[in-house]
Design a protein. Structure first.
Length: 251
């Protein structure tokens, strides 16, 4: 009985050691293994064995991470104060570097993204930030990716999400947009009048070359007047009107 009571703690100790020695990593995970403080390499995925009390491992996820960059106060090149936030998509491509070269790659990437966002937006005009986001996104991605490359982190996409403008600037932009719409409306109206004048000039040339066409147009106008008004209309018959038909009959 005493032997059995002494065997149970030993068995528990063996199971505890085996549990600390056997690790299972998912498909998207890697283990950076250190042996007595020295880097041994990367293991996984699947089942891995560690030497208890000697080997230590750090789990690193290789999946794409999403990082929200909080709103940053930015003064643009044309001296407009705005708040800009963004989102960064990145992933670890070199697990040992992500553990050895930087203390916390998530925090470091976040800080680099914030400072780069302020720098890039501060070098652009407000119109560029509002209308050329794709260009700014590409510049941000390139710069942040260059900064994080020594850490084994690959930045794939950077997107500016929102630009908050002061109230007075929003009103100024609204007035500018309204003035632009009015300008376009006036241009379209002027173009329509110009085209109508051209067509009228062409019609006048055709009618002036054919007197009978002028008289027919005269009759058509009278017919329209008679249709629109329920009244008797008395109109004189011009001599030129009769001459036109008499000339036709004489020929």
């Amino acid at each position: 009985m005493a032997l059995l009571s002494g065997f149970v703690p030993l068995l528990l100790l063996v199971l505890l050691i085996l549990a600390s020695a056997v690790k299972v990593l998912r498909e998207y995970e890697r283990a950076v293994v250190f042996r007595l403080g020295r880097l041994q390499g990367v293991r996984g995925p699947g089942l891995i064995l560690l030497i208890p009390m000697i080997d230590k491992m750090v789990r690193v996820s290789l999946r794409t991470e999403t990082l929200d960059v909080p709103p940053q106060d930015v003064i643009t090149r044309d001296n407009v104060s705005v708040k800009v936030n963004a989102v960064v998509f990145f992933r670890v491509i070199d697990a040992p570097k992500a553990v050895v070269e930087v203390a916390n790659y998530l925090y470091a990437t976040s800080q680099i993204a914030q400072t780069t966002l302020r720098s890039i937006c501060g070098q652009a005009d407000l119109d560029e930030i509002l209308s050329e986001r794709e260009k700014l996104n590409q510049n941000l991605q390139k710069i942040i990716d260059t900064q994080t490359e020594p850490w084994g982190v690959k930045v794939g996409v950077v997107e500016i999400k929102q630009v908050d403008l002061p109230q007075e600037m929003q009103r100024a932009i609204a007035r500018q947009a309204e003035a632009e719409r009015e300008r376009r409306a006036k241009v379209i109206n002027a173009e329509g009048e110009f085209q109508a004048a051209q067509k009228l000039a062409e019609a006048a040339k055709i009618i002036s070359s054919e007197p009978a066409a002028l008289q027919l147009r005269y009759l058509q106008t009278l017919a329209e007047i008679a249709t629109e008004n329920n009244s008797t209309t008395i109109f004189p018959v011009p001599i030129d009107f009769l001459k036109a038909f008499m000339n036709k009959l004489g020929t």
